[in-house]
Ligand binder design. Structure first.
Ligand code: GLU
Length: 356
C-alpha cells in the first residue's frame, strides 16, 4: 500500500512537471504594437481610390483585421500618435523612444512593432536604432495602400512584423523595417517609390532578411553601431538641436547657407550633387558658417544610392565639411542632431559617420 502511494505521488509529480513544461514551451511571446498612424491606418471613400486620409483607424481595429495574429504572439496595442508620417515630429520620436526603452526593460515584453506611415518611416527607424537600449527586436511596418483599398497589404505586413518581433533570430539585429515580405536594417533602408508596394529597398547593402506569411530568415548582419552599443541616449532629452537639409542643384545660390544659419540651424546637411559636391560658392559659405558660427556642414548626396567619400574632389579639411559616407540626407540629419546634442565637435563627427 505504502509502495503504491509512493508510485501515485511520483506519477502526479511527473504529470505536473510535464504540464508545466508544456505550458512554458507553448507560452506565446509578448509583443507590444505601438501605433503612430500612416496609410496602414488610413481610410478612403472607395476601395479603388488612391486618395485617402492617413491615420484614421485605431490600433485595436487594425489588430482585429489581421487573422491569426493572436496565434503568433500575445499582442496588445498602444496608440502613441495618429498622424500621416509627413507630420512626424522630434517630440513624437522622443515619446516613442522613451516608451520603447521602458517596455523593453521589462521581462514581460519580448518585442515591439511600430505601425507608421511610409513617408518618414526610414527616419524614425534610424533614430530609434540609435537610442533604443535593448537587443530585443523592434520592427516598423506600414503599408502603401490604405486599409480600405482593394488588395490592402497592411494586414499581412502587420502579421509579418509581429512574427519578426516574436522570433528569437531577430534579437540583436537592431531596429528593422518590414513591408512587402522583406526585412531591412533601419540604417540601410529607403523609400524608393512614391506608390508601389515594393517601395522599400536597401540600395547599397541589400535586404537583411525575408518573411513569408510569418516564416522568416536572415541573410546578413547589420554592420554599424546601434542599440545597446550606441553611445546616444534620449534620457532626459527634451529637444534636439536644429539641423536643416539643403537640396543642391546647378548654379545654386550660396545665400541659402546664410538663411539657415540665421534661422538658428546648428548643423546643415547638403544633399549634394553626385559624390556630395556643391558649387565653390556654397563650399565657401559652408566654411564661413563653421568659422563664424560653429555650424557643422555635412556633405551627403541627392543621388539615390552610393557613398559620399571624404576628400574626393576637394579637401574636406579645407572647408571644415564632413562626408556622410552612405548615410542619406535625412539620416545624416538625425545622426548630426544626436551628435550635437551630445556635445560632439567637428573632429569627432566624421568618425561617427563611419561607425553609426
Ligand atoms: N503620407 C502618408 C504617411 O507617410 C502616406 C504614406 C504611407 O503611409 O504609405 O503616413
Amino acid at each position: 500500500m505504502k509502495y503504491l502511494n509512493v508510485k501515485i505521488v511520483t506519477f502526479l509529480i511527473a504529470v505536473t512537471i510535464t504540464v508545466v513544461g508544456f505550458a512554458q514551451e507553448t507560452e506565446l511571446p509578448n509583443v507590444k504594437i505601438l501605433a503612430t498612424g500612416g496609410t496602414i491606418a488610413g481610410s478612403a471613400s472607395s476601395a479603388t481610390s488612391g486618395s485617402y486620409e492617413a491615420g484614421q483607424i485605431g490600433i485595436q481595429t487594425m489588430i482585429n483585421a489581421v487573422p491569426g495574429i493572436k496565434k503568433l504572439a500575445d499582442v496588445s496595442g498602444e496608440q502613441i500618435a495618429n498622424v500621416g508620417s509627413q507630420d512626424m515630429t522630434i517630440a513624437i520620436w522622443l515619446k516613442l523612444a522613451n516608451r520603447i526603452n521602458e517596455l523593453l526593460a521589462s521581462d514581460d515584453v519580448d518585442g515591439i512593432v511600430i505601425t507608421h506611415g511610409t513617408d518618414t518611416q526610414e527616419e524614425t527607424a534610424y533614430f530609434l536604432s540609435l537610442v533604443v537600449k535593448s537587443d530585443k527586436p523592434v520592427v516598423l511596418t506600414g503599408s502603401m495602400r490604405s486599409s480600405t483599398s482593394i488588395s490592402a497589404e497592411g494586414p499581412l505586413n502587420l502579421y509579418n512584423a509581429v512574427a519578426i518581433a516574436s522570433n528569437k533570430e531577430a534579437k540583436g539585429k537592431g531596429v528593422m523595417v518590414s513591408l512587402n515580405d522583406q526585412i531591412h536594417a533601419a540604417r540601410d533602408v529607403s523609400k524608393m517609390n512614391t506608390t508601389n508596394v515594393n517601395s522599400f529597398q536597401s540600395p547599397i547593402k541589400g535586404m537583411l532578411g525575408g518573411v513569408f506569411y510569418g516564416r522568416l530568415g536572415f541573410f546578413r548582419e547589420p554592420n554599424t553601431k546601434f542599440g545597446s552599443k550606441s553611445k546616444f541616449s534620449v534620457d532626459g532629452v527634451r529637444k534636439l538641436p536644429r539641423v536643416d537639409i539643403i537640396y543642391a542643384y546647378a548654379d545654386m545660390s550660396p545665400d541659402l547657407i546664410d538663411v539657415h544659419v540665421k534661422a538658428g540651424a546648428k548643423g546643415i546637411v547638403i544633399a549634394g550633387v553626385g559624390n556630395g559636391n556643391m558649387t565653390d560658392a556654397i563650399l565657401n559659405a559652408a566654411k564661413k558658417a563653421y568659422e563664424d558660427h560653429g555650424v557643422i556642414v555635412i556633405r551627403s548626396t541627392r543621388a539615390a544610392t552610393g557613398w559620399v567619400l571624404r576628400d574626393n574632389e576637394f579637401k574636406d579639411d579645407k572647408y571644415y565639411t564632413v562626408a556622410s559616407g552612405d548615410l542619406n540626407p535625412s539620416k545624416s540629419r538625425i545622426l548630426l542632431m544626436l551628435a550635437l546634442s551630445e556635445g560632439e565637435k567637428l573632429d569627432t563627427i566624421q568618425n561617427l559617420f563611419y561607425t553609426y
